[in-house]
Design a protein around this ligand. Structure first.
Ligand SMILES: C[S@@+](CC[C@H](N)C(=O)[O-])C[C@H]1O[C@@H](n2cnc3c(N)ncnc32)[C@H](O)[C@@H]1O
Length: 286
């Protein structure tokens, strides 16, 4: 049974205590820290998964998950939700194509981009297409990272389903993809010319040190699962990871409300920029 509004989710004091123990043990076993995820959403989703597997206590469900590594893996993957597609929210990619990337390419010969929480790579490949269209063969580097290693393997392969490419402009689809059939399904494989720009590796946004020196960071539809404190820390970490003039690109439902306090400008909806003069201002102040 679906519980979209959490209406039928029981929350007795005993279950709440049981959930706390579930979180502690899950962290010990897997390193995944659910404290940094939104409480209600996480509680609801795990309760629903436990109930579907026939359990009425979180800790019993954890014992069941712990008996089998692939079962635990599947649980973490489902919790992480890997939904993605290329050129997700095309109007935002239009701004990337027409405004953000041309601006960055005026200042720098080759760009360093990070797709954080990249899932199976649809976003990273979309950015690779735009960069290749605007400034081909300049040695751009696009790093795709995710907490989930299974999706990273898929990203490396660069093979997409028809639903992933539905927003790809027909010209790009023709130019950058090889269409083939596998087990009766039509699939689209990205051209090696795009793969040359891309590198994928595991990274947990909540606990790993952040790589540095990016002109563009896309982190879209990832932080929606995190608590307000975790989001705040991530926005500050991204700020440090950007070069002056670099942009942070967020998802359709995501905003930084007090972006000015961190130091960002907000030149376009869903795009936050570290000011060009940041280094100069910092030098003057010190
Ligand atoms: C909904 S997908 C977003 C994919 C892509 N950015 C997009 O907008 O289409 C969210 C991704 O965030 C990843 N994720 C969740 N928690 C994470 C964490 N702590 N660190 C890094 N990635 C995480 C998930 O594994 C999942 O692949």
């Amino acid at each position: 049974m679906q519980n979209p509004g959490g209406v039928n989710i029981p929350k007795t004091p005993e279950l709440l205590r049981d959930f706390e123990q579930f979180k502690r043990e899950l962290k010990q076993r897997t390193g995944l820290d659910l404290e940094q995820y939104k409480f209600d959403q996480t509680y609801r989703r795990i309760w629903t998964m436990a109930e579907r597997a026939g359990f009425s206590r979180f800790t019993d469900y954890l014992r069941y998950l712990s008996q089998d590594e692939s079962r635990m893996r599947a649980f973490i993957d489902r919790l992480a939700i890997n939904v993605s597609e290329m050129f997700r929210n095309p109007e935002q990619f239009e701004i990337l194509h027409k405004e953000v990337l041309p601006h960055l390419l005026q200042r720098r010969h080759s760009l360093k981009v990070w797709s954080a929480g990249c899932s199976y790579g649809a976003e990273a490949y979309s950015i690779a297409i735009l960069l290749h269209e605007l400034a081909p063969n300049r040695g751009h580097q696009i790093l795709g990272t995710d907490i989930d290693t299974d999706v990273l393997e898929r990203a490396q392969r660069g093979v997409f389903a028809p639903s992933d490419v539905r927003n790809v402009p027909p010209l790009y689809l023709q130019r950058y993809f090889r269409v083939f059939e596998e087990n009766g399904r039509t699939l689209y494989e990205a051209d090696p010319i795009l793969k040359r720009y891309l590198r994928f590796q595991k990274h947990n946004l909540l606990s790993d040190p952040y790589p540095q020196g990016f002109d563009l960071i896309a982190c879209r539809n990832v932080i929606i699962y995190f608590s307000e404190e975790a989001k705040e820390r991530i926005f500050r970490e991204f700020y440090r990871a950007l070069t002056p003039g670099g942009y942070l690109f967020l998802g359709n439902t995501e905003r930084i409300f007090h972006y000015q306090q961190i130091g960002y400008e907000n030149p376009f909806a869903f795009y936050y920029r570290k000011p060009e003069q940041e280094v100069q201002r910092w030098r003057n102040a010190s």
